[in-house]
Write a protein that binds this ligand. Structure first.
Ligand SMILES: Cc1ncc(C[n+]2csc(CCOP(=O)(O)OP(=O)(O)O)c2C)c(N)n1
Ligand SMILES: [Mg+2]
Length: 451
């Protein structure tokens, strides 16, 4: 029997499909599609459709469940050949409107988010950035598209750039708490905002936009590049780019002090990065999983290529890091991998160290051991004056756990031992945990609580 469509599988909201069990309502609001394949014959079509929907822009989870008795039954299916989705091209007038705003802007900034990389728009984005000479702040997994050291990468001048800009273009990232909900500069007279998104559903509707474009992001950037060539900038923006370059230099000098900072009650978290940064090659994939420890990595680690940074997305889902390390190792086995793992995050999926060892996927895991859920503890203290239920055991030997699972590791209590320990881990050829005893009192210096 040919079951090449999901026909008959109950999807939430599909009327008349009640002869089969309804899909679980719990999953429908948090997935792109939730379906129950009520019979074995429906399984192929339901799974096929779920995979197609999940990978269409904007990518997202889909859910299929199959009753247990049907799961162990038999049915035949004719495989459907995979078809590449037809990319949605951008609207020409919308592109032209953005190009006009950009041509008039004296102080533009472009924010490149995770969807730029997920939509494989990294090359098109970089061509546009260089042709338009627009300064860039990366967001999430947009890091590395404009590589470290590039004259237009102004991540370290982020607050100056966003405060003083007269046009903020956000590409491939939601206008969420990480981006001040899309309000930049003076809240009374915020900068005009342009939103570029991979699909119409992702264009922000909670703030007024000066313009927006949705569609396949490689096509959006190519169209913008072509349009900017026909509408060149009215003025040269050297004053702006020089202002940001000097802000980057000042921030880099301030970072240098932190990278060698001393702390009284253990190692200063920034010190880890002082030792780690010189060891990162052009090809190293840095994976971040944790609270404050990850904020420090976001501040200091600037990848040299797209895909050089993996994080758990805007919700910071703890525990995703070990799985991401496994994925990175499988997809790019030749690239060195460093997982920066908070001790709180370690509590979620540390057992996956065994997976890395069993499949021979050597990874350096640096555990930022501050004996706490720091990003809960310190904000509680700030907001309430006390903290509850945010302490862990700093004596836990995460390195010994790795040894017990067939990997290796060591504990570092003295910051001067960090460079050698990290280098040993990288050269070890196995999954190696460096358990770094951090000062629990050092909180990441954040300006907002994110709400
Ligand atoms: C699955 C999940 N549960 C809870 C949270 C909320 N949360 C954010 S940071 C954090 C503490 C993280 O502690 P740790 O990994 O040790 O990092 P630290 O802040 O101490 O550097 C928690 C519980 C989350 N992001 N994800
Ligand atoms: Mg911690």
């Amino acid at each position: 029997m040919n079951t090449t469509s999901a026909g008959g599988a109950a999807t939430r909201g599909a009327p008349g499909a009640r002869e089969h069990p309804a899909p679980p309502p719990l999953l429908a609001p948090v997935t792109k599609l939730a379906a129950t394949a009520g019979t074995a014959a429906q399984v192929y079509g339901a799974v096929d459709q779920a995979l197609r929907v999940a990978t269409l822009p904007h990518r997202g989870p889909t859910f299929v469940d199959v009753p247990m008795d049907q799961l162990f039954s038999h049915a035949s299916a004719t495989p459907t050949p995979p078809t590449a989705p037809v990319p949605l091209g951008p609207d020409a007038d919308a592109v032209s409107a953005v190009a006009t705003l950009l041509a008039r802007s004296e102080r533009p900034v472009l924010i490149l988010g995770s969807d730029v990389w997920m939509d494989r728009a990294e090359d098109a984005a970089r061509r546009f950035v260089e042709a338009a000479a627009i300064p860039v702040i990366p967001n999430g997994m947009g890091r590395g598209i404009v590589p470290r050291g590039h004259r237009l990468l102004v991540a370290k001048a982020r607050s100056v750039a966003l405060k003083e800009s007269d046009l903020v273009i956000v590409a491939g990232a939601p206008l969420d708490f990480r981006l001040g909900y899309g309000v930049f500069g003076d809240p009374e007279h915020p900068a005009p905002v342009v939103h570029l998104a991979d699909s119409p559903s992702q264009v922000a509707s909670h703030v007024p936009l000066a313009a927006s474009v949705s569609g396949s992001l490689p096509m959006v950037f190519d169209a913008l590049l072509a349009e900017c060539e026909s509408q060149p900038a009215k003025r040269r923006r050297e004053t702006w780019t020089e202002r940001l370059s000097s802000a980057v230099s000042e921030a880099t000098a301030r970072d240098q002090e932190l990278l060698t900072a001393q702390a009284a009650g253990g190692i200063h978290p920034a010190r880890v990065y002082g030792a780690l940064l010189p060891l990162l090659s052009e090809d190293t994939i840095v994976i971040a999983d944790g609270g404050d420890f990850v904020s420090w990595s976001g501040k200091f680690v600037e990848p040299a290529r797209p895909g050089g940074w993996l994080d758990p997305g805007p919700y910071g889902c703890l525990g995703a890091g070990l799985g991401a390390a496994v994925g990175a190792a499988v997809v790019r086995p030749e690239s060195p991998r460093v997982l920066l793992l908070g001790d709180g995050a370690a509590g979620f999926s540390l057992a996956e160290l065994e997976t890395l060892v069993r499949h021979d996927l050597p990874t350096l895991v640096v555990v930022g051991n501050n004996g706490a859920w720091g990003l809960e503890k310190h904000p509680m203290r700030m907001l309430y004056g006390y903290d509850v239920l945010a302490d862990l055991r700093r004596d836990t030997r995460y390195d010994v756990v790795a040894q017990a699972m067939g990997g290796d590791g060591e504990t570092v209590a003295d910051p001067s031992d960090l460079p050698d320990a990290l280098a040993r881990g990288m050269a070890s050829g196995t999954t190696y945990v460096v358990n770094v005893l951090l000062d629990p009192e050092v909180a990441y210096p954040r300006r907002t609580t994110g709400v």
